[in-house]
Design a protein around this ligand. Structure first.
Ligand code: ATP
Ligand code: MG
Length: 428
């Protein structure tokens, strides 16, 4: 049999097709041999289907190892199976790619494997519908985010990931040899996206960023995807409004979307409600009322964030952080320079977004770089753009893999990244 060019996806099979000849491509999950005929469970990227084999096709099917890739041809007929309206009566069957057993993991999920073993065999792991669903959902989330940002006149850009000097401090950068000089991997697009508002006003970038943090947590990786956006003439509370719209739109789209029968918006209120906005000061006073003593200016440790997550288990913003906790490019409040114009979006203990209004006065910015112990000379390419008529601007960075943790209901970011990179894992 030649490989047919026209195929029908499992999800498109329906009773109006009874009697039609179709071609299906997928992989073999199971065969139930009941004597004269056999029932074959096949799955393709859209879901499962049932096929019936008999005589020659049954004897061929019996010898095919599970997970091998097949193409079948046959007629659509009504099915008596409880989870399918129609099935395929197979007339031709061809094995395209044989699966050699024993396989390292069981992608049907019947035999559970550790996450480490699954990640070692990630390509096969993706045949598990619970796993592939995370990545199909991630793609829909990205599409939704792009749609919302485009509708607000943002344009999508790409800034370099190979950079020549430490962007925001430098402690967490990977460095490497770059044609006899030192190069670094970008930890964020922060400085570039700020420069771009000069000519483009509203930009966003979705890309990988790199942090050489030797962390061993469920929420940090050495490489992660960030959705960064930056806009001229907006304030940090305008950015919070956009973040809120992004989150509620994503949840709305996912609750309408039927990705097989997986429910994705785990434990998240589906209404388009506002996300609570809680000031840093209110956070520390609520924490101190339950015995976690913090002074203004103290960072919220993992333990404090866990406690705060118990008080606010869903999405909430923490805003108006102490200036001393924020990077040099964040602007402070006019009335009180100890408080910055900044916010984080949290989901319980988990930080999802950091954002703020930026300092756009070049002299003050230079002073702040100095005050944080950094060398303004390393920032000269950046600082000069602020002397060319820089508008005031605000923006944020949203950790996409962390948002997926919330949507997939997992505490381990490695579940939401195809090939996670951490201190231990560099392959595959
Ligand atoms: P954290 O305090 O959780 O380490 P951060 O404040 O250092 O995060 P930001 O520099 O504010 O992170 O980055 C913006 C967003 O990017 C974060 O809110 C988070 O969602 C995501 N992010 C940052 N670092 C990582 C990482 N190592 N792995 C995965 N996502 C990350
Ligand atoms: Mg942050």
């Amino acid at each position: 049999m030649d490989y047919p060019s026209k195929r029908t996806f499992a999800i498109d099979l329906n009773p109006s097709m009874v009697g039609q000849e179709v071609t299906i491509a997928g992989w073999l999950e199971d065969l139930r041999d009941i004597g004269k005929i056999g029932f074959v469970s096949i799955r393709d990227m859209t879901g499962p289907l049932q096929a019936v084999v008999y005589d020659d096709t049954l004897s061929v099917a019996k010898d095919i190892p599970r997970q091998s890739t097949l193409i079948i041809q046959g007629k659509v007929q009504e099915s008596r199976a409880k989870n399918a309206q129609v099935e395929i009566m197979v007339t031709k069957l061809i094995v395209v790619g044989k699966a050699f057993h024993p396989l390292p993991i069981d992608p049907t999920g019947r035999i559970e494997s550790s996450l480490d073993k699954r990640l070692d065999s990630r390509a096969l792991d993706l045949r598990n519908p619970r796993v592939s669903c995370i990545f199909k959902t991630k793609s829909i989330v990205l599409q939704t985010i792009r749609h919302v940002l485009f509708s607000k006149r943002f344009i999508e850009v790409h800034t370099p990931k190979i950079i020549g000097s430490a962007t925001e401090g430098g402690a967490n950068l990977f460095s490497f040899e770059y044609f006899k000089r030192k190069g670094y991997l970008a930890q964020s697009p922060q400085l570039f996206k700020e420069q771009l508002v000069l000519g483009l006003e509203r930009v966003f970038e979705i890309g990988p960023y790199f942090r050489a943090e030797p962390s061993h947590t469920g929420r940090h990786l050495s490489e992660f995807i960030s959705v960064d956006f930056e806009a001229a003439f907006l304030e940090y509370y305008d950015i919070m409004d956009i973040v809120q719209e992004l989150i509620s739109k994503v949840i709305k789209v996912l609750s309408q979307e039927c990705i097989h029968d997986q429910i994705f918006v785990n434990g998240i209120t589906r209404e388009d409600g506002n996300i609570p906005r809680i000031s840093y000061e209110q956070c520390i006073s609520e924490l101190s009322s339950i015995g976690v003593k913090l002074e203004f200016g103290d960072d919220l440790s993992d333990a404090s964030l866990k406690k705060l997550g118990e008080i606010y288990p869903g999405f909430y913003f923490i805003l108006d952080w102490p200036t001393n906790l924020k990077p040099f490019y964040i602007l402070e409040q006019k009335q009180n320079p100890e408080i910055s114009r900044s916010f984080d979006l949290q989901y319980g203990y988990l930080e999802l977004v950091s954002g703020g209004t930026r300092e756009h006065n070049p002299d003050i910015l230079r002073g702040k770089i100095l005050a944080q112990g950094l060398d303004p000379d390393l920032f000269s390419d950046h600082l000069k753009t602020f002397e060319w008529g820089m508008p005031f601007h605000s923006g944020c960075g949203l950790g996409l893999d962390r948002l997926m943790m919330v949507l997939a209901g997992t505490n381990n970011i490695r579940e939401t990244v195809l090939y996670p990179r951490d201190t231990e894992r560099l392959n595959p």
